[in-house]
Design a protein around this ligand. Sequence first.
Ligand code: PLP
Length: 474
Amino acid sequence: MDPEEFRRAGHAVVDWIADYWATVGQRPVTPSDPPGTVAAALPTTPPTTGGEPVEAVLADLDAIVVPGLTHWQHPSFFGYFPANTSGPSVLGDLVSSGLGVQGMLWATSPASTELETVLMDWLAHLLDLPQRFRSTGTGGGVIQDSASSATLVATLAALHRASGGRWRDTGIDRRYRAYTSTHGHSSIEKAARIAGLGSDGTRAIDVDPDTQAMLPAALRAAIEADLAAGDVPAIVVATIGTTSTTAVDPVPEIGAICAEYGIWLHVDAAYAGAAAVCPELRWSHAGLEYADSYCFDPHKWLLTGFDCDAFWVADRAELIEALTVLPEFLRNAASDSGAVIDYRDWQVPLGRRFRALKLWFVLRWYGAEGLQAHIRSGVRLAERFADQVRADDRFELAAAHPFALVCFRLRADDDVNAALLASVNATGRVHLTHTRLAGRYTLRMAIGSPQTTATHIDDAWTLLATTAKDLLTP
Ligand code: PLP
């Protein structure tokens, strides 16, 4: 494909995406075909001769792929957490793909590294993160592919610290422990397992049954019990916005405990961190000055397409020391001078995409005010939905809704609630997911698509309320 052919095909693809976005709200949110439908519609072998026009691929996208998609950008997609994308994000990603640079070292693409460093400082400013995370001091930020990777990297740095630097050479030589609440994300246990802590290496700390937030006293008790048994507490992962309910762990109290015992504190704000672009929601970041590392996912709720996790450390030297490996073939004068950042030392893989570009496009297109408007719209719509639940005696709210997730259920047993979820999802008009709270089946309504309006919320509520009527009528 020469540049002129690319130009022509590229216009067709951009038109296709624009048409998709303009009409996505008219599609069923989820596919209904049985497993294997998409695979069966595809040839079993690749084409021998090339030259198929992009139009033919787009036609197959329309005929085969799109009907088999769950439409995460649909205004009535309310499952999991949102995975926003946006025009500027896609355009930034397109430029990144077109440039095709590798930013593993400063020397392999200086502008890629320097733009990322500046943008991470911009983001820190936007969220009003503590000064200790800024690259102008001892800290700094880096883009990871996901919050899961951020937690893994934090765990490795924590092991480096907890072992007094021996971990690099000796591996796991003691029983190291990770701590998170019973509502901490599964990626925390996975990171601990990958790091070699074993399947019992992660302590699940009890939460307050009313707020689902970690109990600091239970954390302290677990740490002291482990110390008494000769184990080494390595990392505590506190969550701002848990996956089940968006509970906010008491980071000030947890941070004070970590400081007392010299334990690495990682704060996982994968979903809710984006809320801190709004000053009125920054209460959720209280205590962050204790954190050794912090992350949030612009790819969830900040209009930046997957993948983009923003990860900061308070002391970049500790992270780099933990992860650096310098083979001869990567040696270069700039790295040797110590004057540049080599992001390969801040992550697990060597190679890295130029993800800062999509963030740059997003931040310049929306500005702080545009991003605040997006977050505030989600929060407002969640309040609207919660009011509807509250006003209907057959339903109850199952947790607080500080951000844009509403957990609710029918005042009925689990089977009825599961049937309600299955019924509304089967219509293809909405898509919600569920969790269990204190053992009880609970529906989750996660709002956050930029296309979602009050009408979509009201339609979803009407569908839920009428379906409930059918289910509850004997
Ligand atoms: N942490 C929390 C609190 C989450 O809610 C999620 C995903 O929903 C993750 C971590 C994992 O995010 P990622 O897919 O970026 O690894």
